[in-house]
Design a protein around this ligand. Sequence first.
Ligand code: ZN
Length: 160
Amino acid sequence: MEAAKDRVVVMEYSLKDDKGNLIDSSEGQGPLAFIQGLGHIIPGLERIIEGKKAGDKFEAIIAAKDGYGEYNPQMIQKIPKSQFQDGEKLEEGMQFEVETEWGPALLTVTEIEGEEVTVDGNHPLAGVGLHFDIEIVEVREATEEELAHGHVHGKGGHQH
Ligand code: ZN
């Protein structure tokens, strides 16, 4: 069976950046299961997986724009410390999830200078070319229940 919209794809993967640093891997945590065609994985990768079958092993090289997006300098902002709930406890490297008009975004504190806090709203992998090594473990039809819930049940998915 080939990977196509509304089918469950189970895969082992490792992800490196364009400099060869390991970012993430299914090794040790078990394969990842998702429903193809629902945008659960980055768009560039979903396109490459379309049509693949169990046992297929391949590399996928995804440009930043098809991955976590280009790095956008406008998403760096300076905010007064007084606007944070616990302004005095802020440290560089801290991350917060905030609601924006485009949905939830992760803000990273990149610099604290006196009363001024610099935050970066870019995804930590924005601007990074992605290099996946993938092995498709299984492709199957999603059950009606999985499609209704919008996620995979069982191994590699939700356990409920
Ligand atoms: Zn469910």
